[in-house]
Write a protein that binds this ligand. Sequence first.
Ligand code: ANZ
Ligand code: ZN
Length: 807
Amino acid sequence: MAHSYDPHTIEAKWQARWAAENVFAAREDLGKRKSYLLVEFPYPSGAGLHVGHVRSYSAMDAIARKRRREGQEVLYPMGWDAFGLPTENYAIKTGRPPQEITQENIATFRRQLQSLGLSFDWNREINTTDPSYYRWTQWIFIQLFKRGLAYKAKGWINWCPSCKIGLANEEVVDGGCERCGAPVEKKEREQWMLRITAYAQRLYDDLDTVDYIERAKVGQRNWIGPSKGAIIPFALAGEEGEGKEVVEVFTTRADTLFGVTFLVLAPEHPAVERLLSSLSNRDEVDDYVKAALKKKDFERTAEGKEKTGILLKGIIALHPATKDPLPVFVADYVLPHYGTGAVMGVPAHDERDGEFAQRYHLPIKQVVRPHDGSVASLPFAQDGVLVNSGQFDGMTSEEARKAIMDAVGGREHTTYRLRDWVFSRQRYWGEPIPMVYCERCGWQPLPEESLPLELPELKEYQPTEEGDSPLARLEEWVRTTCPACGGPARRETDVMPNWAGSSWYYLRYTDPYNNEALASSEKLAYWMPVDWYNGGMEHTTLHLLYSRFWHKFLYDIGVVPTQEPYARRTSQGLILAADGSKMSKSKGNTVNPDEVVEQYGADTLRAYEMFMGPFDQPVAWSINGLVGIRRFLERVWSLLERVEERQPSQEALTLMHRTIKKVSEDIEAMKFNTAIAALMEYTNALMKEASIPKTALAALFSLLEPFAPHIAHEGWERLAGKGALLCKEPWPQWDPAVLQEGEVTVAVQINGKTRATVSVAAGSTEEDIHKAALAHPRVAQALAQQNIQRVVVVPGRVVNFVVRERQ
Ligand code: ANZ
Ligand code: ZN
């Protein structure tokens, strides 16, 4: 066929035209409704673009293209989250500068994205490794520091001995390094920390104000994990009754205080080290503590794992109400960084304490019984009525929690599972932390006017043997003067983690060239918040939470106009390999988008990824599916040969309006697969016509544009005349009147007896008629107790449910 569908020519032509006319540039037009649509910017790895990126980006592109044509001012930007370990590891291996490797990878990613015809506003491209960008990342860090939200602390960090890097808790997966899988160890180190816990409650509460996919909300809530309880002081004493110190415990069950028969400290609890000298078994304790530090949290707390501990000989605790002496243990099932790192042991009501008491033959004292007076098996972990609790007997757990807390000088406290954010990496390829240390003045931020503090160039990117950043070898860079007193000082050599640049990037897109501020308040006022953010579920607890934290902080200091960065969050499902397994480079089962574009065309790839299954569900790659979409586009193309200037039939017109309605609604609901199915149905209906009415075919190209923009533009231009530009045309409207006229009434029968009538669109499929009938309340009720054996549909007339009565 002379005019056969040739995606390569068409795609190159339209990409060039869109770029030349800058058609996707976003402007701050106050007269228009704005729509800020965001997708997660990629890490430009050496592997190139993944088909998973394409799924997310094509989906948002469909929405962006539709909304522009509806008259909205759309910002749909793209950039590079380019600091990170893989590039750095590659630099170590090859000796080439990460800057250079990054530029190459970015060039590949940009070319790949542009070959897909995504309607990004390329004028706003950003790159987190560009000094003009990370200048503002450093600026934000200094603001955090000035307000006490960035601090240096010695702590036990997760340490990957193979990557030689400190890891955040969330980067430890099943006890192994998220990147290389090596078993993670504990190491004590000075680290920069960000006090995200200061925002824990707001991060939790304000989830109620945003529209996030439910599993992202649940994920964040669990991650923040607030737990309301009380802090209760226990005085420690030596053998002779001499006072030692006061240990505070965190408990959610202050009502069980009279059931406390021992006290437990985490091995890392600071009191343990202070008490060591007064213990008669200090060696034994010391050994236990050292062994505990080697274990991972999950090994210490795993359910069913035998609880171990060591009695601190020579020390007792005093029960705060009864003043009875209680034994004190260290035990590794108590974690250092939860609550206060100390627990009151209530074996009758807490499972773990119960196991521990059994193992060490400690008394078990029941102080709560069930409300109904029944005998409870221990441990009894529910609320109930107090017994054996002196003046508190007879109170409910609820009442007693407050009464007992007040009686012993306790206070209310909420503990969070969320930890402060480890913000140091002993590596090179990250933002330099703009701080210097002066013996006289302590940690001082660099003057803001001096930013950016640029990453110096190196010859060697390997961390030092001690696990310090390679920057530590640059003595002449490290040595500097104190901004406060002018005396000698040393620069911080740690760099920021790879989550830093992505914590505020969506703000920079609004004003990417600003040299006075991270973005102007006018631009921020126009564009913020992001109206719709789509990305992967794997970023729910890290990136999404970190960026919400920074945003709230920036709001507090008056930099951004909204409390939340993202009004709405959706998530695409994973694309799996053809056999349903996870795609991975090591398994060699990845699909290279370049090859698909080369073989089938960008429109086929894009439309296929939108058609492959429900957007939020995982789905396996299928060559057959891909080929099916290519055939569909060829069918659409072939319709051009039979166009005629004529009025469409009533039936074709009805179907056209029904398709406009369906596609419009489905795009906003991210039901891209059913939108494309409707376009296929419409195409098949047109195929049956002897000639194709021009308006009907124009509507098809118009509706196809969000999914397959190149063929749609080409088809449109052929119908509308040379130079016509579909993306500047208004989005088609459906006419409710046409849809009404096109309705037919169908009788709904049960075993041949008419029970109701429903009206459906003319030309509805059997399935649609079936569904409409079932949705009728009278029919639904009549069928509720029945076994449907068979459904007979006479399109446009009758639907008959053949049923057998249930026994
Ligand atoms: C006494 C008690 C009695 C407790 C009882 C529970 C039931 P959630 O709900 O997860 O916040 N706990 C406190 N700090 C701990 C730590 N650092 N390591 C391990 N366990 C710790 O759990 C709160 C409960 O976990 C606290 O309440 C404490 O045990 C324990 F019938 O105190 B409870
Ligand atoms: Zn100084």
